[in-house]
Design a protein around this ligand. Structure first.
Ligand SMILES: [Zn+2]
Length: 419
């Protein structure tokens, strides 16, 4: 879950609140057993594996770890693209990095961010993100149970492999991790990075946090998958962990459905706009049975999107949902008007870059389109007297087919009074 713009000022309290509230298992065949009389709750954690399969395990934790021992930490900006109010802020906290290891930590954060940002639509929209590294200093290098069980190290966030006896499950003290993360200028999603080259990680499916091994080149794929949940509000498309037959209601997530393709097309439901299209993760969009933890009675849009297996791509419905949420979370520029400028001003729209893509930009002077300025982000005025200048900016990406959404959230207007 991502802390929404509007409630951002509440910061950590909201973040922790979300995690606590949503720690109770949701639908889809999850165990509802709350355990013994203690405060222990079951939270679901996703475990990555090198072959791409994702395992979901339910762990019981009495709390997410105390926040004792949290010290003031430096914050290193890795990528700052714009103000936190219209960017998505990704915060990395390190564990098992001594003061002497901080350069290594920054290199790990940069390479992990590059790994995430290589996956579309993060690649095209990478300029909508700010990336921060919180320099948590540990007493010793490395984390527990690395490479084998029984190896113990004194680290700030107590991270360890073999969590719940699962070798690749990398757990840590989430309370302290969130507390450190809140020292960044803003927090939308937290990644706990362990100083290790061993493959592993974890995704807390209902919290805005994932863990990853800092020095392993593929360990960030579980983070991409978790961002599919937390940013894109996407469901899991794998079929294990729940009842054999899905009997619940139509899920609210856009990438799983009880409807067949025919029903979708007839009723303009779910991913009807994408049916039959070639998807970036391979194959055509259709209704593939098995998803959402069940084998039967529930469909996914494609064979193997990264909401089903790691080291893949989002499918078309998933990619559209991600882009839509980017615009909801990080409106790159508001529709504003009325600024006064001189007739010889240089006007720069200051748009975030779209990697490999561009905006449709239309300029108007006194209501008449200026064709020569089409798609220019910067124009040089040469106007005498009083005029009105307008710009209309649209992201025309073909990966969004919901035109109502494009009109409402991916189209911006700016106006100026020239005198
Ligand atoms: Zn998942």
């Amino acid at each position: 879950m991502v802390t929404r713009r509007g409630s951002r000022t509440l910061g950590l309290a909201v973040l922790l609140g979300c995690v606590a509230v949503t720690a109770i298992p949701s639908a889809g065949g999850a165990p509802t057993d709350r355990g013994d009389a203690s405060d222990a709750r079951r939270v679901s954690v996703e475990v990555p594996s090198l072959d791409g399969t994702i395992r979901r395990v339910w762990i019981k934790e009495s709390d997410q770890g105390g926040t004792e021992g949290v010290a003031h930490a430096g914050v290193t900006p890795i990528q700052v693209s714009g103000p936190v109010s219209n960017r998505i802020d990704l915060v990395f906290v390190g564990d098992g990095y001594t003061r002497a290891d901080l350069d290594t930590f920054h290199q790990h954060v940069e390479s992990k961010w590059e790994e995430l940002a290589a996956v579309e639509p993060f690649l095209t929209y990478r300029d909508l993100f700010n990336v921060w590294a919180v320099d948590v200093v540990s007493r010793e290098s490395g984390v527990d149970n690395d490479p084998t069980q029984g190896v113990v190290r004194d680290t700030a966030l107590d991270s360890y492999f073999f969590c719940f006896a699962i070798e690749r499950l990398l757990c840590g003290n989430r309370g302290r991790a969130y507390s450190y993360a809140s020292q960044a200028p803003a927090v939308d999603h937290v990644v706990l990075l362990a100083n290790s080259t061993k493959y592993g990680g974890a995704g807390y499916t209902n919290g805005a946090m994932a863990t990853a091994s800092g020095g392993h080149p593929l360990s960030g794929q579980i983070v991409v998958h978790e961002l599919g949940h937390s940013i894109g509000q996407l469901a899991d498309e794998y079929q294990y962990g729940g009842p054999e037959v899905y009997t619940g209601p139509e899920p609210r997530e856009v990438n799983v459905s009880t409807y067949t393709a025919d029903l979708m097309a007839a009723g303009r439901l779910k991913w009807w706009r994408w049916l039959g299209e070639e998807s970036p993760d391979g194959g055509a969009v259709g209704t593939y049975e098995s998803a959402y933890y069940s084998l039967f009675g529930i469909y996914r849009p494609t064979e193997n999107s990264l909401m089903r297996v790691l080291n893949s791509e989002f499918n078309l419905p998933g990619r559209e949902a991600m882009i839509q949420q980017f615009y909801l979370l990080a409106p790159p520029l508001g529709s504003v008007g009325g600024a006064r400028i001189h007739g010889d001003a240089t006007v720069d729209l200051g748009l975030p870059d779209l990697v490999g893509a561009g905006y449709d930009i239309t300029w108007y002077v006194d209501g008449s389109e200026v064709a020569a300025w089409a798609d220019q982000e910067t124009v040089q005025l040469d106007l005498a007297g009083r005029h009105r200048l307008d710009a209309r900016i649209v992201d025309p990406t073909p990966y969004v087919r919901d035109e109502q959404f494009r009109d409402g959230h991916m189209t911006f207007h700016r106006s100026w009074n020239v005198s």
